[in-house]
Design a protein around this ligand. Sequence first.
Ligand SMILES: [Zn+2]
Length: 158
Amino acid sequence: MPKICPRCNYSNSDDRFTCINCGENLNSAPFNQNSVNSFLNTNFPGLEEVHNPPPELKGWNWGAFALTFFWGIANQTYWALLCLVPYVGIVASIYYGIYGNAWAWKSGRFRTPQECMECQKIWNKWGLVLFIVGIGLSFVFSIIFCLVYLFLMSKTLS
Ligand SMILES: [Zn+2]
């Protein structure tokens, strides 16, 4: 079976360790970045485009991060529903925080990237509000919890 070079696609004889055409290491091929990229591009067309979006679409999306589930449905980005899976969820939320704008654009509902960002602005605003309120509430609740705990401790000690 010939070894296909992951970098230049040259077909090498299977006794070669490096590509005769470009010198790429053929044995480490399954683990190197080139083959990961070419696997992603072959199996998930458009992914590279999403990860290298036009400059208008760059930037953190608070809505996609903090409201991943609702954002995913509204923006027809259904992989975002992975946010419901324990542990994987936080990774999914951070991922869509980073690439959310480009994914929303990829859904094809907008005529221009500017129009897409106009819509994402609203998500961004409410995502940030929710995030701050969430942090604030968990802070307040942990203080209340500590006070109640201290109060009960002092009761049992006296
Ligand atoms: Zn090669």
